[in-house]
Design a protein around this ligand. Structure first.
Ligand code: URP
Ligand code: ZN
Ligand code: ZN
Length: 424
């Protein structure tokens, strides 16, 4: 089976040039200025950019929600990622009830997602059921099985997602012995309890109190602590979904001092404003409830700058498609709104329109943060994340002239809404 892509401009994280690409049996077999061979499919990419397929470092399909009970939209909706230019998702595997992490991995690959995936999938482990040594002994097995990353939630107390510092240290110690990279959700849980309960006791229960009670100092403190602990255990660390200046500065300083830490941010922190949650209509306000929360204009400006300086290295979607009926569980108490925004299909468009077109990042930087570095972090580079001879034929043919306004119909998410609705 041969596919020929002609007349496009190839963009990688380091390069840009006009060339044709031949794909044979799903692998790139030739890149040259002009390729004239018989092919089963010929695609004319004139006037278009040809990018490596996106690798999304952060998606939650059919994973335990932040309420600790329900799961978000399923693998039958992963086609929205593919439609938005992501050809590989790196999805989180939470513990299935009564199963350890290895059994849960097996179940996710062979039951939950079987026959439903549109993009390819790699996995991050997540421990939501800590059973001491027995759990820690799974870490080398996960690495052996091709899962070199694990996320721990240092927030969401008192759900099963939450891991305290004692457990976090034990995970770090074991992970460092086998070269696993630890990933953390960094918000201080006691700061959250203090701020949230104080507000709720004062009768302030609308969705907007979500962002008012998850302050940057709580995020920055948890980022600093998680790096200190990872340094002490000599374990590589990835801080996911960094939302604000204070937290990003901590990562920047730690990297300058030589800590083995990288940072990820998300399109919604680069594009959307927290005041979305001021909407008096609960249905509108609750859809933007995610953690850490959306922030301010100066945070967005700084996050773009961080990408350019490699103070933050990856942009993952943090896709978490929660239907509105579940968001409604928090009507009357913002603390009960399940956290998370859909976004698997919007990553590339958001980075292009609000990054490349506004002159904030180059096309090479876009490719780096949306495909190349996520592939490297997850051990799937160069098979994924670049365009080269022998790599997978996962390509995005991107039309830079296209203009449109986001609706949930044009940019589907697997649920009834898209958080970028109305954006160019
Ligand atoms: O609000 C968020 N981010 N929901 C998804 C779970 C997580 O913390 O990544
Ligand atoms: Zn998180
Ligand atoms: Zn997440």
């Amino acid at each position: 089976m041969k596919t020929l892509v002609k007349n496009g401009t190839i963009v990688t994280s380091t390069n840009e040039f006009a060339a044709d690409i031949l794909i044979e049996d799903e692998k790139i077999s030739m890149i040259a200025s002009h390729i004239d061979v018989e092919a089963d499919t010929v695609i004319d990419a004139a006037g278009k950019y040809v990018l490596p397929g996106g690798v999304d470092n952060h998606s939650h399909f059919e994973a335990l929600n932040t309420d600790g009970v329900t799961t978000n939209a399923g693998y039958d909706t992963t086609w929205v990622a593919l439609k938005g230019g992501t050809t590989t998702i790196v999805d989180f595997c939470t513990n299935e009830p009564g199963m350890d992490m290895m059994e849960s991995l097996e179940y996710r690959l062979n039951v939950r997602s079987k026959g439903k995936l549109a993009p390819d999938m790699a996995i991050h482990a997540v421990c939501t059921d800590f059973r001491g040594e027995e759990t820690l002994d799974e870490i080398p097995k996960l690495v052996e099985a091709g899962v070199p990353t694990m996320k721990l939630f240092l927030a969401y107390k008192p759900t099963p997602l939450y891991m305290d510092d004692y457990k976090y240290l034990r995970f770090l110690e074991r992970a460092s012995q086998v070269g696993m990279t630890m990933m953390v959700h960094a918000e201080n849980p006691d700061v959250l309890d203090y701020e949230r309960n104080k507000m709720a006791e004062a009768g302030c229960l609308d969705p907007k109190y979500h962002y008012m009670t998850r302050p940057p100092y709580g995020e920055a403190e948890a980022v600093a602590r998680s790096i200190k602990f990872a340094d002490a255990m000599d374990c590589p660390l990835c801080i996911v979904h960094v939302s604000c200046i204070e937290a990003a500065e901590v990562i920047q300083e730690a990297r300058a001092k030589g800590s083995l830490v990288i940072g990820e941010t998300c399109p919604h922190y680069l594009v959307l404003d927290k005041h979305k949650m001021d909407d008096p209509d609960f249905d509108q306000a609750a859809r933007w409830v995610c953690s850490p929360p959306l922030r301010d204009e100066e945070d967005r400006e700084y996050l773009w700058k961080c990408l350019n300086h490699d103070w933050l290295s990856i942009v993952g979607s943090d896709n978490s498609s929660i239907p509105l009926y579940q968001k409604h569980w928090g009507e009357g108490d913002f603390r009960k709104i399940p956290n998370g925004c859909p976004g698997a299909g919007d990553r590339l468009n958001a980075l292009w329109t609000y990054g490349v077109e506004k002159g904030k990042i180059t096309r090479q930087k876009l490719v780096d943060v949306y495909a190349t570095l996520p592939a490297k972090l997850n051990g799937i580079f160069p098979q994924k994340g670049t365009i080269d001879i022998g790599t997978d034929g996962d390509l995005v043919i991107f039309d830079p002239e296209y203009r449109g306004t986001v609706t949930v119909e044009s940019n589907p998410t697997g649920v009834e809404y898209n958080v970028y609705e109305g954006c160019e």
